[in-house]
Design a protein around this ligand. Structure first.
Ligand SMILES: [Zn+2]
Ligand SMILES: [Zn+2]
Length: 351
């Protein structure tokens, strides 16, 4: 920023940029909320919605039943194992007491054909039989569980078959939804971009330009950033195509305004020196001189012996002149002499 601009003006420029950015931020936030609250856009689609409903329901039911049956079978096994343990312990303790009894008996009598021995032996045999039965029960229960588990996995694979049949339809619906959401967002953001382009073209000189600029920032953000997560696989084409078109339009306008500028400068340079000097705005002239640029033709100011020349060598406009009162060399666009304060003889027009 040049030294010759008024200080509040410099602050004003910064504040206006802040205003543009804050305004854009609020617009972006509001736009996001509106989009989020729009109905039917982000509805969740599941693959189950596209399956044969009756078959799926039947499969789900038998899956549930089978899981219940499995639970019962597991409990049965636990019970049978408990019975088996008891039968084994009964047998083992009977066997041990029999052995002890036989030992003490052997010490006194030695007849193996004693009816008491035979009766006790039979009891032990019966206990052994009970243990075997309990063991068989456990094995039977385990076989039943294995069969039930096989059946369960059959039901599961049948269910997943039903689901995979629904998958193509599901994918198509998913794609359609993506496309719908994308088109919807495109329909909202593309007009914003067009309005922004229009504002950029015609409102640049408006006093409310900082607000319009905020809107332009918002539109650019909405189109090039917020649209991205909703782009389908070909969505990039849309974004880049619009970007290319925008660059071409911008290029067209820049080239055209450059041409116009060149023509304007040519016609300006054909006019008389004092006329041209009158037509240059005061602030603009001071800014350009501070940047060592001729306010008339925008070319660099030539220096001689380290001092700016009195005239522009390109367009002949007067850059410096002597004060009529004290003889000090002043920039010809200054309104007053910097040494004696006398008003310059030919003050530059403009604010
Ligand atoms: Zn010049
Ligand atoms: Zn003077």
């Amino acid at each position: 920023m040049s030294k010759s601009t008024r200080r509040p003006q410099q602050i004003f420029t910064i504040v206006m940029w802040l205003l543009s950015i804050i305004f854009a931020g609020f617009l972006i936030g509001l736009g996001g909320l509106i989009i989020k609250d729009l109905p039917q856009v982000d509805r969740q689609i599941t693959v189950e919605q596209f399956a044969d409903t009756k078959a799926l329901e039947a499969a789900d039911n038998s899956l549930e039943n089978q899981q219940g049956a499995l639970l019962n079978l597991r409990r049965n096994i636990e019970d049978a194992q408990e019975d088996q343990r008891t039968a084994r312990e009964d047998y083992q303790s009977a066997r041990a007491s029999f052995n002890n009894w036989i030992k003490t008996r052997n010490a006194t009598q030695s007849s193996a054909q004693n009816p008491e021995v035979i009766a006790r032996n039979r009891t032990i045999e019966e206990l052994k039989q009970d243990e075997r039965t309990a063991q068989r029960d456990v094995q039977d229960a385990q076989t039943a569980l294995r069969n039930a588990e096989r059946e369960l996995s059959d039901i599961r694979s049948a269910r997943s078959d039903i689901i995979s049949q629904a998958r193509p339809k599901y994918r198509a619906a998913k794609r359609a939804q993506e496309l719908r959401v994308f088109l919807f967002r495109l329909a909202l953001t593309l007009p914003l971009l067009l309005v922004a382009g229009w504002l950029l073209m015609i409102k640049r000189k408006s006093a409310y330009w900082p607000l319009y600029r905020g809107f332009v920032l918002f539109a650019l953000f909405a189109f090039f950033v917020e649209l991205v997560p909703y782009l389908p696989h070909y969505g990039g084409y849309v974004r880049y195509t619009v970007g290319i078109i925008m660059a071409m339009i911008a290029g067209h306008f820049i080239i055209r305004s450059m041409r116009r500028y060149m023509e304007r400068k040519k016609t300006e340079e054909a006019r008389s020196e004092s006329e041209r000097r009158q037509s240059i705005e005061y602030e603009t002239a001071l800014k350009k001189i501070a940047a060592k640029t001729c306010p008339g033709c925008d070319r660099s100011i030539i220096q001689r012996d380290g001092v700016d020349t009195d005239f522009c060598v390109h367009c002949g406009i007067r850059l410096q002149e002597k004060c009529g009162s004290c003889g000090n060399r002043n920039i010809s666009f200054h309104k007053f002499c910097l040494s004696c304060g006398v008003a310059s003889p030919e003050p530059a027009s403009g604010p």
